[in-house]
Design a protein around this ligand. Structure first.
Ligand code: FE
Length: 164
């Protein structure tokens, strides 16, 4: 091995050695936050219980195509529950027509949701998930109606409507 190659190999080994603790630490943190949810199932278990569309959105942070959910135009009185674990998330009183093509609400039921920062798709958005099972629901924006000023932009496939 030439001296230059030897130096490059050494640098690569040192680089991996320095990165390893960081990677391990990051993986540990992710595992810890997942186990904080009251309902904690494996990917295979969720795959069996959910439809392919529900699995893609709830467990893989997918987004349904706009204007495809029947719940977007649903304005009857009732409750919107998590499609994965049935936890009540929103009531019809806070639903409004955002004209985005996704079911939208100005306020969730107390303690029903959790939020995290989502930096995917070259944007920083606030991600919304079910407090009980961690299922991805959508995002929340600051351009909603009074009194909260919030727009909870939800995937209809993550919700089930229970009429009053
Ligand atoms: Fe849930």
């Amino acid at each position: 091995m030439k001296k230059r190659q030897l130096l490059q190999s050494s640098a690569a080994i040192v680089g991996v050695a320095c990165l390893s603790p960081y990677l391990l630490k990051k993986a540990t943190v992710m595992t810890t936050s997942k186990s904080e949810f009251e309902i904690n199932k494996t990917e295979e278990e969720w795959r069996k219980e959910l439809t392919p569309e529900q699995f893609q959105v709830l467990r893989k942070h997918g987004t349904e195509r706009a204007h495809t959910s029947p719940l977007d135009k649903q304005y009857d009185q009732g409750t919107y529950v998590c499609a994965a674990c049935d936890l009540p998330l929103f009531t019809s009183e806070t639903k409004f027509n955002s004209r985005t093509g996704w079911p939208s609400f100005s306020d969730p039921i107390e303690n029903a949701i959790g939020i995290s920062v989502d930096k995917s798709l070259f944007m920083t958005r606030v991600e919304v998930h079910c407090h009980r099972c961690g299922g991805h629901l959508g995002h929340v924006f600051n351009d909603g109606p009074a009194p909260t000023g919030k727009r909870y932009c939800m995937n209809g496939v993550s919700l089930k409507f229970i009429g009053a």
